[in-house]
Design a protein around this ligand. Structure first.
Ligand SMILES: Nc1ncnc2c1ncn2[C@@H]1O[C@H](COP(=O)(O)OP(=O)(O)OP(=O)(O)O)[C@@H](O)[C@H]1O
Ligand SMILES: [Mg+2]
Length: 373
């Protein structure tokens, strides 16, 4: 099978790496000359809306997918007329605008934070009076890694936040006093079969995901599966979908969904019988999905801004580094390490995770992690 991918970053790269043994070859359409997926397929270095590039991708590919939800909708619509595109443009449209997304969550009975549409400073002032502070103002489109967001603590913060975000359509959300942040990843095939991975527990610093931890038997698993299944059916979804959740007591609130493979599921490469990348390819290529029940508990720790010394990572038993081949830059995801709960390791999982958090520049993060078994 030939898979065309819009985007050429690390998610495209790991999709192509998963495709190798399956006999899947990939072509990436990405305007970034340094696209880090390049070594794993052909790279069309053009703008997403370049007609010639789109034509070449559609001519070559059997099926087309994308690695992030900020690809122009028009580009996806053009390609969809030529080749199957999964997830569909409907799924893409459902997740790229935070207001549309939260309206859908509510319509399907998924609880969310309180929210209001904000199209003017007056809307913001009214919204803040209605839902109270603290709250978060987010641009409706184009945000990622906490970009395009402002936390509002006092009424004096409102005007500066509105200006800082550039007077663009926004959503105002109440600040959820969550106990845990979770995500669930599921895959749905072209025939509607669905598989779920165990939930990941996620920890952020400065809006960027640093640690995802997957442990067997999470009490919230059945509820998380039920919520994502509703979305998969509603969107007649094909491919991998991720749903980010806040846990408050024993309730789950939906934060956002991503119509793609997700950073919180990178541990599936080593710890699950079929990784999220392989299952995404299987789904979009019309194949049966593979089993997801993990072989063992695992964690993903991200390398943000800079790569730690490889020797410091590999010195930790059960640690498997992934380097994306991207230039180091503050705030940028340049790699990750999977930590496996390797039986017979010289130190317990918790101790080894703490060492990895140390060498990846977030030594205090282990204090936030809830009771590692
Ligand atoms: N309403 C909220 N209440 C409390 N915390 C929130 C809320 N919205 C966002 N956050 C915090 O900010 C983080 C980033 O927000 P969100 O996931 O909405 O944006 P994003 O920029 O798309 O992030 P990412 O690309 O990492 O998924 C969340 O994971 C959470 O830690
Ligand atoms: Mg998020």
């Amino acid at each position: 099978m030939k898979v065309g991918i819009l985007g050429g970053g690390q998610l495209a790269r790991m999709l192509a790496q998963a495709g190798g043994p399956m006999g899947v070859s990939c072509m990436f359409l990405s305007p970034d000359p340094q696209a880090c997926a390049k070594p794993f397929g052909e790279h069309l270095c053009v703008a997403y809306d370049d007609p010639d590039g789109q034509h070449r991708l559609a001519e070559w590919a059997d099926v087309i997918t994308y690695e992030f939800e900020n690809v122009p909708e028009a580009a996806v619509a053009v390609l969809e007329r030529r080749r199957p595109v999964y997830p569909s443009s409907l799924a893409l449209a459902a997740s790229r605008d935070r207001l549309v997304e939260k309206d859908r969550f509510r319509a399907l009975g998924l609880a969310t934070a309180e929210f209001r549409a904000v199209d003017s400073l007056a809307d913001l002032i009214d919204g803040a009076a209605e839902i109270g502070l603290p709250a978060i103002l987010k641009t409706r489109v184009q945000g990622y890694d906490g970009k395009g967001q402002r936390v509002l603590r006092h009424s004096t913060d409102l005007q500066a936040a509105w200006e800082r975000l550039g007077h663009v359509p926004c959503i105002l959300e109440s600040m959820v006093p969550f106990d845990r942040e979770l995500s669930i990843i599921a895959a749905r095939s072209r025939t509607g079969d669905t598989v779920h991975y165990p939930v990941s527990e996620n920890y952020h610093r400065e809006g960027v995901l640093r640690l995802s931890l997957s442990r067997a038997g999470d009490a919230m698993q059945p509820e998380a599966e039920a919520l994502i299944s509703r979305l998969l059916r509603d969107l007649d979804y094909v491919g991998v979908l991720a749903l980010e959740l806040f846990q408050v007591g024993d309730r789950l609130l939906a934060n956002e969904m991503a119509p793609r493979v997700h950073n919180s599921g990178h541990w599936t490469i080593e710890a699950a019988p079929t990784s999220q990348f392989e299952n995404h390819l299987r789904a979009i290529c019309g194949l049966s999905l593979g089993p997801t029940t993990p072989i063992q508990q695992a964690a993903t720790v991200n390398f943000i801004g800079r790569l730690p010394a490889e020797a410091a990572i590999t010195a930790v038993a059960g640690a498997i580094p992934h380097v994306y081949g991207k230039a180091e830059r503050p705030g940028r995801k340049v790699g990750h390490v999977t930590l496996l709960d390797t039986p017979g390791a010289p130190e317990p999982f918790e101790r080894r995770l703490t060492r990895l958090l140390d060498v990846t520049g977030v030594p205090d993060l282990h204090y936030s992690v809830t009771a590692i078994p």
